[in-house]
Design a protein around this ligand. Structure first.
Ligand code: ATP
Ligand code: MG
Length: 310
């Protein structure tokens, strides 16, 4: 991509992001405040493929610069209700990025070993290194979502009694502090909540049942979990109200239209990378001299015997 084309593409994309941001300190009522069917008025489905492609190309370029600079890392946190589109978003948005520079971690029900540690331990193991993009498919936020909706899950965490008082406000504080520490140390964080409506979830579950190629995605447990929709809505609202910070704000991605969700997610990640503005390291004078010397040596060499043999 040409420099000017890149800048224009990045500008178009980053404009999409501001309206999705949860202002720090704002009290969120999810069902009321955010429309899962929203899309930017200047974008139509017909443009979708081209815009997403621009996003994917920008991501690929920025990822190379991030890796070369090797100073900042980027953590992308993805949270959603079941069938919210986390997997598809990862697949489409990261499709152009060098697999060496990205690490996707999916967090499931914790193992016994994980339960033997403090609750942030397993997430800390999977953080991106400098130069890397790390994607959390579910994340430490499950600790204030599924764990909050199902008190028996909390019971399995073997917490001392004193850790149980005001547990949710404590966890919000601990998570905010942890993220602050990471950002201060060069690990930037993009937090995406894919906001799907209950009706759209119903349609997606039905599709998983009706289409044989989607059957593998269907789990009866997901339908059981749907019965807790209102509890999850409350837990997500609380999470958004208490953990959208200046250093790591939440973006609520309208997710009923998959094509828009993917563009918005790409836009959010591109924006974070534009802000980091990673640069290829400049070569110092000494190394430049060495390069010139190596070039002269290579050019002076006669074409090798093996090239004549062919
Ligand atoms: P898929 O799209 O493949 O269904 P998924 O992320 O839903 O992806 P599953 O294996 O279906 O993966 O579900 C993982 C389950 O693990 C979820 O129900 C989630 O709530 C649960 N989980 C994640 N983190 C925790 C945690 N810290 N404590 C308890 N349960 C957790
Ligand atoms: Mg699942």
């Amino acid at each position: 991509m040409e420099g000017s084309e890149r800048e224009e593409g990045a500008r178009r994309l980053t404009r999409l992001v501001a309206p999705l941001r949860v202002s720090p300190g704002r009290t969120v009522h999810l069902g009321r405040d955010f429309d899962p069917g929203y899309k930017d008025e200047f974008l139509s489905k017909a443009d979708a493929e081209g815009v997403l492609q621009t996003g994917v190309e920008l991501l690929s370029e920025y990822q190379m610069r991030l890796a070369a600079q090797n100073t900042y890392g980027l953590l992308v946190v993805l949270q959603a209700m079941d069938a919210g589109g986390k997997d598809g978003t990862i697949r489409h948005v990261m499709s152009g990025v060098n697999p060496q520079g990205v690490r996707v971690s999916s967090f499931k029900v914790p193992s016994n070993e994980e339960l033997d540690h403090d609750y942030l331990w397993r997430y800390a193991q999977r953080l991106p290194a400098r130069g890397e993009i790390g994607i959390f498919n579910r994340s430490h936020y499950e600790e204030v979502l599924v764990v909050r909706v199902h008190p028996d899950v909390l019971g399995q965490q073997r917490l001392p009694d004193e850790a149980k008082t005001d547990i949710w406000s404590r966890r919000f504080r601990e998570i905010n502090d942890w993220e602050r520490y990471l950002v201060d140390n060069g690990i930037r964080i993009v937090k995406l909540f894919l906001n799907v409506s209950k009706e759209e979830q119903r349609k997606r579950f039905l599709k998983r049942i009706e289409r044989p190629d989607k059957n593998w995605k269907f789990s009866a447990a997901d339908v059981r979990e749907r019965a807790y929709w209102d509890d999850y809505t409350h837990a997500f609202s609380e999470m958004l109200s208490h953990t959208s910070t200046d250093w790591a704000p939440w973006l609520v991605i309208p997710a009923d239209r998959k094509w828009f969700a993917r563009i918005a997610a790409a836009a959010a990640i591109v924006s974070a990378l534009v802000e980091i503005d990673p640069r290829y390291p400049e070569v110092d004078a000494h190394t430049l001299e060495e390069l010139e010397r190596a070039k002269a040596e290579l050019e002076a060499e006669a074409p090798g015997a093996d090239s004549r043999e062919r």
